[in-house]
Design a binder for this molecule. Structure first.
Ligand SMILES: NC(=O)c1ccc[n+]([C@@H]2O[C@H](COP(=O)([O-])OP(=O)(O)OC[C@H]3O[C@@H](n4cnc5c(N)ncnc54)[C@H](OP(=O)(O)O)[C@@H]3O)[C@@H](O)[C@H]2O)c1
Length: 244
């Protein structure tokens, strides 16, 4: 039986992942900022699957609270076998590009907050010599774009952090998987129409399948890998002139 901590549990992608793990008998600690919503989600999962699901709150940017929060989650679960990092925000990119405080808030919610919590989980799993970490990154981190380079740089930094961590954790038998996610229909992308958008349930299916087969880095959906491969090849002088 897996004991899992899911951060950013109220994301519809995280909800679907939680259901999949719960259906296989995992015990869950579900956390986000919205207590009422995580409590509702935990009850719903327990009713539908019979799995044990408890809930708690954390804020990615409240670093001083992370160690206490993490210890409480592990104690409530009675140990830890895996952590899924699904929190993140686009923030106000336009404002962040001219306001350092808003830029740093986006970095904290997508990168430094994740570094803090992943480091706590990695230390625990390394000592135990087993377990896994799944972290949701973004194809936005593959190339800096005028439209979203603050958010994109946070996801790029997260991918590099996870790459190094994966190498270190492999020696302890801990699996670290990076998800490079394309556009998914969630509140983050509300109102944006794109033929490349997929449903959160489909994204969760792909993430779950990739984790099961032991993938280290996965593009979700798969077609983002060739798309970003091509986009990365475009010379900067040309890329600057196209409004992608
Ligand atoms: N949707 C997309 O197209 C897309 C594409 C690429 C990558 N992603 C990534 O996928 C992940 C899930 O996003 P989503 O699309 O499902 O968006 P979402 O529905 O807005 O979910 C975001 C989650 O992050 C939590 N969260 C936000 N700020 C937080 C903070 N400061 N501290 C703690 N929790 C916080 C939210 O919960 P509370 O508000 O209750 O705290 C929620 O659970 C994110 O990492 C996002 O960057 C999404």
């Amino acid at each position: 039986m897996q004991r899992l901590l899911i951060l950013g549990a109220t994301s519809p992608i995280a909800r679907s992942l939680a259901m999949r793990f719960a259906t296989e008998g995992a015990s869950l600690f579900l956390a986000a900022r919205d207590l009422a919503e995580v409590e509702r989600l935990a009850s719903d999962i327990t009713v539908r699957t019979g799995a044990r699901a408890v809930s708690g709150v954390f804020d990615a940017a409240e670093f001083y609270f992370h160690a206490t929060f993490f210890e409480k989650a592990v104690a409530e679960l009675g140990g830890l076998d895996g952590m899924i990092v699904c929190f993140g925000t686009l923030g106000d990119e336009t404002a962040a590009q001219v306001d350092p405080e808003k830029a740093l808030a986006i970095l904290n919610q997508n990168f430094t907050g994740a570094v803090s919590l992943i480091t706590l989980a990695a230390r625990h799993l390394e000592q135990q010599k087993s377990g896994f970490i799944i972290a949701i990154g973004s194809v936005a981190g593959e190339r800096g774009r005028p439209k979203n380079y603050v958010y994109g740089s946070a996801k790029a930094a997260l991918a590099t952090f996870l790459q190094g961590l994966r190498g270190r954790m492999a020696r302890a038998g801990v699996h670290v998987m990076t998800v490079k996610l394309g556009t998914v229909d969630t509140r983050m992308t509300w109102g944006r129409e794109s033929p490349l958008t997929v449903a959160p349930e489909a994204a969760a299916d792909s993430i779950y399948g990739a984790w099961k087969r032991g993938a280290e880095v996965v593009f979700v959906p798969w077609f983002w890998q060739p798309i970003m491969g091509i986009i990365k090849l475009i010379p900067e002088s040309i890329f600057r002139r196209v409004n992608i």
